[in-house]
Design a protein around this ligand. Structure first.
Ligand code: GCO
Ligand code: MG
Length: 437
């Protein structure tokens, strides 16, 4: 008699102030259930509706062992398919079914997939700062913690000094009074840039790509002059440049010997990777915004990138991630799964199990597990001296404590939301044009 699905529910919680979505699949075998990450933090209630209104009635009564069949069933059941909301809903179910399969096999997922290729997962963490010295201070701090790979960002994404972002928000306040909202010489690490906005420019998070590029070059010049070249450094462009500028920027960063340069282009511009490849040798990472194989196939098959950076729940979970990793291995592309604060610890556990197993593992982004997260999600992977370690419990080895989760409800004034609205993605060029966030 097969074990069948008896309930599928989506738990929304924000223990660290960032909204997370985790799916729990309950079964006909009393006490046997699985958990899976479905976190699309910008549209959580959409994912919850997709899980509970559509996948739950579709899946109740189905055999938990049929993971591939259930994945394909969920994927095509909506006819119009793919996209972050639907894929995240499917991921929650998919990861939970892999968790269940591991529990039934009494094996941790990495074992079920074929065993370990390594015993610890090397991670990178973020060193941010408002000027090159502050970034460097954070590089030293992370190195003291044993972190071996470090991403360096100047003022977050798009690079402007916090003051500019403050001006941006000031632009919000003053724009309504139609005053001249934003005409500031952006002085950044000695870089001057004229950010000029027209009268009546709309509110937004303004940044100047030219100031960003020149200040980041200076930042890496400064940091390399202080720490040398032993520490692998990374940088995230975050799709913030016009394509030709991305070509110029990749070439300009070559002297600083980056481990990789991330999201040099927006998904809408990925054909420009051919031109970046013609002009620069900096290793390229891409993928956190991808949801569809049509986006990654050309980059992998033509070897236009070196690291695939998908957000595993955005592509539909462990089932498609395994297939993607196998495709990458055939073309010399390594994994670097997305691992920010808006991946749940269940999602980070799925990352780590894949990382432990896959031959073509590259590096794992990691954002830490503050105490409230560990309270809600017992069994978080452990970070020790720059490596993440999964426990040896069966399945994903992590749980969700629903009572604790209920202590941290999602609401409109948390994480990326202010009054129910996200501002940071309202990024604008100096003349007020909305530009990819
Ligand atoms: C990264 C990402 C994140 C995203 C965030 C969006 O490299 O970790 O760029 O910082 O901006 O996950 O919600
Ligand atoms: Mg990124």
């Amino acid at each position: 008699m097969p074990i069948t699905i008896t309930n599928v529910k989506c738990i929304l919680t924000a223990p660290a102030g960032i909204g997370l979505a985790v799916v729990k699949v309950e079964t006909s075998d009393a006490g046997l259930y699985g958990v899976g990450c479905a976190t699309f933090t910008q549209r959580l209630t959409l994912v919850k509706a997709a899980v509970e209104d559509y996948l739950r009635p579709l899946l109740i009564g189905r055999d938990v062992s049929r993971i591939e069949d259930i994945w394909q069933l969920c994927y095509q059941n909506s006819y119009w398919r793919n996209g972050p909301a639907l894929n995240n809903a499917i991921s929650g179910v998919d990861q939970a079914l892999w968790d269940i399969k591991g529990k039934l096999a009494k094996m941790p997922l990495y074992d079920l997939l074929g065993g370990k290729s390594r015993d610890g997962v090397a991670i990178y963490r973020h060193a941010d700062g408002r000027d090159p010295q502050e970034v460097l201070d954070n590089v030293y701090r992370l190195k003291e913690q044993g972190v071996m790979y470090i991403r360096c960002q100047l003022g977050g994404y798009g690079g402007p000094a916090k003051q500019d972002q403050a001006l941006g928000s000031r632009a919000k306040r003053t724009a309504r009074k139609t005053e001249r909202p934003y005409n500031n010489v952006s002085v950044y690490g000695g870089i001057k840039g004229q950010a000029r906005s027209p009268e009546g420019a709309l509110p937004g998070e303004y940044y100047d790509p030219d100031v960003y590029m020149r200040s980041v070059e200076k930042m890496f010049d400064y940091i390399r002059s202080k720490i040398g070249f032993e520490t692998p450094l990374l940088h995230d462009v975050h799709e913030r440049l016009p394509p030709i500028e991305a070509v110029r920027f990749a070439k300009a960063l070559e002297p600083y010997r980056l481990f990789f340069l991330e999201d040099a282009l927006a998904p809408e511009d990925i054909e420009w990777f051919r031109r970046i490849r013609q002009h620069a040798t900096v290793p390229l990472a891409m993928g956190e915004l991808f949801t569809h194989p049509l986006e990654w196939k050309p980059l992998i098959v033509e070897q236009l990138i070196d690291f695939i950076r998908v957000h595993i729940s955005d592509i539909g979970g462990i089932t498609p991630a395994r297939k993607l990793a196998a495709l990458c291995e055939a073309f010399g592309v390594r994994t670097a799964w997305h691992g920010p604060g808006d991946v749940s610890p269940v999602g980070h556990a799925a990352n780590v199990h894949l990382d432990l197993h896959l031959h073509n593992f590259g590096i794992q982004e990691f954002s830490g597990f503050p105490d409230p997260l560990q309270e809600v999600f017992p069994g978080c992977p452990e970070l020790r001296n720059g490596y993440l370690y999964a426990n040896d419990k069966p399945g994903l080895g992590i749980d969700v404590d629903e009572k604790q989760a209920a202590k941290y409800p999602i609401h409109g004034d948390m994480g990326q939301f202010k009054g129910g609205v996200i501002y940071w993605t309202q990024s604008r060029l100096p003349d007020g044009t909305l530009w990819r966030p």
